[in-house]
Design a binder for this molecule. Structure first.
Ligand code: COA
Length: 440
């Protein structure tokens, strides 16, 4: 496995930034003073409050062997602090069919307010994408603060999330009565047990990522909190099936209402590897005493629990939006890893402004699996279904969250043969709606 923290910065971006008097470089993660300055620059970029020492220590520990990149301005008042930041690492992404693809996770993209709109973010993003492609990563991914920034780099929304508010007075739980048991446990006990259940559950959640240790600690309430976070501690339950095997868990906290009680329950994570575990855990949270509302953020866009309560409208979706943005770096490797719903032979002409995956490819799907390879100009078989699309549009289609027909109707995809978009949709259909349950 490549040590990405040791791969030097991209030469093209280094040259571009040097031309503007700026230095692109990687920090040594073991250099605490440099890492701290980088962290404070990132914090400033997101308008976050300065973390306390305990949180800084935990955040610096979480750098591990991430690739932590900065841009420095030797003419700035504080030349030791970076004026731009980005952090990258590799994390597995679940694709339709349940297999995983190693993905280049990009995070902490900030440029100081004093240095914006000079092309620094473009240099950072382009540089990290070229580096990832050279290292053989098939795909890059991020979660975004704004939906206006990343399409120009070939990213598109590829998996979604929804937030729910459930009125527990109206939501009498009618789902199956589980044969197993719910046990109260400590969130810390789930640190070792939850990843195994999550790994099974996410096989049917294209778009989920293999949460790493710092993400787990944040979800379980074990990471030093932001000082603004005055919420009480997390509580946790696990569900063991009839044979005693762990099949799911829920992590939540109780927030007092204006007069104390009733209050609301906020779910940090509810993961079930079986339908029975899901019913048991939803029943548990919805039947909680002293609670009149359950809030469940970062959930699937369609939740089974809507069909398990006496009043369908008691499960109210308060938000639904794009969450995971993907950028394909190696088209054959990405498309060959997922499974498909129908056979088809496609000639896909991809336009890529960054020049990373542009060209025409033959994609042949048989019995749920694909083979893909680039085609020389004019070499597409006459019977192939032809479409022209951008690298970003292909990323939108990749997990099956968005239909080619919608993108064709929007004037983004051009059909070269009759019903090409509809036929692509038949093939790319995912039986499970893509969903990502975490920020990274
Ligand atoms: C977003 C951010 C990183 C952009 O940095 P930057 O160095 O000013 O960006 P660049 O100068 O390289 O601009 C590249 C392109 O993005 C556009 N752009 C930059 N920031 C944008 C924004 N917030 N919204 C929409 N477009 C933006 C520029 O107009 C430019 O467009 P072009 O390619 O058509 O010329 C910076 O504004 C920032 O730090 N914002 C706060 C933190 C944040 O939101 N980060 C993103 C985390 S997901």
């Amino acid at each position: 496995m490549t040590d990405f923290s040791a791969v030097p910065p991209d030469p093209e971006s280094t040259r571009f930034l040097a031309g503007a008097g700026l230095e692109l470089g990687l920090i040594d993660n073991a250099d605490t003073a440099a890492a701290r300055r980088w962290l404070l620059a990132e914090t400033q970029g997101f308008h976050d409050r300065v973390p306390n020492d305990e949180r800084i220590t935990a955040l610096l520990d979480s750098f591990g062997d991430d690739r932590v990149t900065g841009v420095w301005d030797p003419s700035a008042a504080d030349p030791a602090s970076p004026v731009a930041t980005v952090r990258t690492w590799v994390m597995d992404l679940t694709v339709p069919g349940g297999d995983v693809l190693p993905a280049w996770a990009i995070s902490s993209v900030t440029v100081a307010p004093t240095h914006r709109r000079r092309g620094i973010a473009r240099a950072l993003l382009g540089g990290e994408l070229r580096t990832a492609q050279r290292a053989g990563l098939p795909i890059a991914m991020l979660t975004v603060s704004e939906a206006t920034i990343y399409a120009r780099y070939g990213f598109a929304p590829s998996a979604y999330r929804a937030d729910y508010s459930i009125d527990t007075a109206r939501a009498r739980f009618l789902g199956p009565v589980p044969a197993g048991r719910v046990h109260l446990v400590t969130p810390a006990s789930l640190l070792s047990e939850a990843p195994g259940v999550f790994a099974r559950a996410r096989q049917t959640s294209p778009g989920e990522v293999d949460r790493r240790d710092d993400l787990w600690r944040k979800i379980l309430g074990l990471f030093p909190p932001d000082e603004e976070d005055t919420n009480p501690a997390m509580r946790a339950v696990r569900y063991d099936d009839e044979s005693g095997r762990l099949q799911g868990y829920a992590v939540y906290r109780f927030v007092h209402g204006p007069g104390g009680y009733p209050g609301r329950l906020e779910i940090s994570d509810l993961v079930a590897a079986t339908d029975e575990a899901s019913a048991a855990l939803w029943r548990y949270v919805l039947e909680m005493d002293l609670v009149n509302e359950v809030r469940a953020p970062l959930r699937r866009t369609r939740e089974t629990v809507s069909w398990q309560v006496s009043d369908y409208r008691s499960v109210r979706k308060t938000d639904e939006r794009d969450h995971l943005w993907l950028r394909i770096l190696d088209l054959p490797a990405a498309l060959e890893r997922r499974t498909y719903a129908a056979d088809g032979t496609f000639a896909l002409t991809v336009d890529d402004p960054l020049g990373l995956i542009g060209g025409t490819y033959l994609l042949a799907v048989r019995d749920g699996r694909a083979s893909a390879h680039p085609l020389p100009p004019g070499a597409a078989p006459t019977d192939a279904i032809r479409l022209s699309l951008s690298a970003a549009d292909l990323a939108a289609l990749y997990l099956g969250a968005t239909g080619a027909q919608a993108l064709a109707a929007a004037g983004r995809i051009t059909e070269g043969t009759t019903d090409a978009a509809a036929r692509l949709d038949n093939t790319f259909h995912s039986p499970y709606a893509p969903w990502l349950s975490t920020w990274f």
